[in-house]
Design a protein. Structure first.
Length: 173
């Protein structure tokens, strides 16, 4: 049976342009990882379960916030692991300081026999689209392009030095 996840990508309109809300996974494996480690709030669901219902549940579990309204379908993306993620976007604001994630237990340190609790999500943050592409796990990046296309905006590319490549940004310097 193929593993499937469903998630919700919040977006908002800010002075710098469209921003998306991403979460950083908790636990010791992800503790020192940043670029390419962030995700949209998502989680697995069972066969026969409605994916959007699962996405809303997982969003609540990972952020402590309930989200509902007019969702924009972003479709499916197959991950390098083979898992398929189905995602939706919705325009909402959320204070990253307000997130409250559920937790999970694991043996830590490995082979210590000691179980420890870790939050499923240890941080949330808003990123402009170009920065989100750098922060997101590689397999989720196309959700940004799909959202940008649906909103009729461009995703500014980044130069090798990390600075944005957009006319609007260049005019500021």
């Amino acid at each position: 049976m193929k593993k499937r996840s469903a998630g919700i990508l919040l977006f908002r309109r800010a002075e710098a342009g469209i921003e998306v809300f991403l979460v950083h996974p908790g636990g010791p494996f992800w503790a020192k990882k940043d670029l390419g480690a962030w995700s949209l709030p998502k989680g697995e669901y069972e066969d026969g379960e409605d994916p959007l219902t699962a996405a809303k549940r997982e969003f609540t579990e990972e952020t402590g916030s309930i989200v509902d309204g007019a969702f924009i379908e972003l479709g499916d993306l197959k991950q390098p692991s083979g898992k398929v993620i189905t995602a939706w976007a919705i325009e909402r604001d959320l204070d990253p300081a307000s997130i409250k994630s559920n937790s999970f237990s694991m043996e830590w340190p490995p082979k210590s026999g000691k179980m420890q609790e870790f939050p499923e999500v240890d941080a949330g943050a808003w990123y402009v689209l170009s920065a989100a592409l750098e922060k997101l796990l590689k397999g989720q990046a196309d959700f940004i392009a799909r959202l940008a296309e649906k909103l009729g905006v461009n995703v500014p590319k980044r130069h090798e030095n990390g600075s944005p490549d957009s006319t609007e940004q260049r005019a500021l310097f």
